[in-house]
Design a protein around this ligand. Structure first.
Ligand code: ADP
Length: 271
């Protein structure tokens, strides 16, 4: 049984902006799927639809056995910007992942269950921040903040973890660290994960499977061995490799060159 199932999902904004065009795929329980594609391809729209934040124009989405009809607590999201409360500790930020269970009043009164408190510490341990649990989020590095964001998502005890460009604001080393922790967390908890990334070389290191989207349509669906240079060129440049040098193509989408410039030597992409 697929953990996530999209059937003929189309999203049209306004009258004629087709963000997703008849997208169908299944994701198995525990699979770590990376969504790739150029800017404007429809990646964020896809994640927002999976999260129940945006309704599809047509088509159906099922998570587990249930059809998605709105925002669901079983789905947790890690954002590009971590949205932490900077004045609170890493631990308290992680604990807010339990808000869906705890309710607003209890959280204001800081009445969390012991199991939620244990869950927050476990989650911080998973992302390698147990020793920093008491540290103020505002004093942490970008990578550490993003790891707190992952811990908060884990405390939510989701069935599905979504991540929208979770490492795009980080330098390559921090980006790899964060992706490594996210992958470990997903593996330890057999957590189905769908993450969009524009750094293809980082994506290759961590994805079990890649879904390439261009102009709202799925143009590639395969494993790391199938994600060749030709596939990447086709995904980002419509197969016209003359529009991009190979290094640029394997580093990321055209809108992310500066951030990715140091990464062109260690990609390991097969020609
Ligand atoms: P990506 O995440 O791959 O950059 P998006 O899902 O953000 O792509 O966007 C896909 C298309 O939908 C783009 O043409 C974008 O301009 C359009 N779009 C995204 N969000 C909205 C919105 N809220 N209203 C209108 N058009 C949108």
């Amino acid at each position: 049984m697929a953990s996530v199932s999209l059937q003929n999902v189309t999203k049209i904004y306004g009258t004629d902006t087709v963000a997703l065009d008849d997208v169908t795929f299944d994701v198995d329980q525990g699979e770590f799927v990376v969504i790739l594609g150029p800017s404007g391809a429809g990646k964020s729209t896809l994640l927002r639809i999976l999260n129940g934040l945006t309704p599809p124009t047509e088509g159906t989405i099922e998570i587990g056995d249930e059809r998605v009809g709105g925002k669901r607590d079983e789905v947790a999201m890690v954002f590009q910007l971590h949205y932490l409360v900077e004045s609170m500790s890493a631990y308290r930020n992680a604990l807010t992942g339990a808000l869906g269970r705890t309710g607003w009043l209890r959280s204001v009164l800081t009445w969390y269950d012991e199991s939620d408190k244990r869950g927050a510490l476990d989650a911080l341990d998973t992302v390698g921040l147990i020793d920093e649990a008491g540290q103020r989020a505002g004093s942490m590095s970008g990578g550490q903040k993003q790891r707190v964001g992952i811990a908060r998502a884990l405390v939510q005890e989701p069935e599905l973890l979504l991540a929208d460009e979770p490492v795009s604001s980080l330098d390559p080393k921090a980006a790899r660290d964060v992706m490594g922790y996210m992958k470990t967390a997903a593996m330890e908890r057999n957590l189905t994960t769908v993450a969009s990334l524009h750094q293809v070389n980082i994506a290759r290191e961590f994805g079990d499977r890649f879904i390439g989207i261009r102009d709202g349509s799925v143009v590639f669906d395969g494993g790391p061995d199938e994600l060749t240079m030709d596939v990447i060129d086709d995904l980002y440049y419509g197969g016209d490799a003359s529009k991009a040098g190979p290094a640029e193509a394997i580093s990321g989408s055209p809108d992310s060159e500066s951030e990715l410039a140091p990464e062109t030597s260690d990609t390991g992409v097969q020609a």
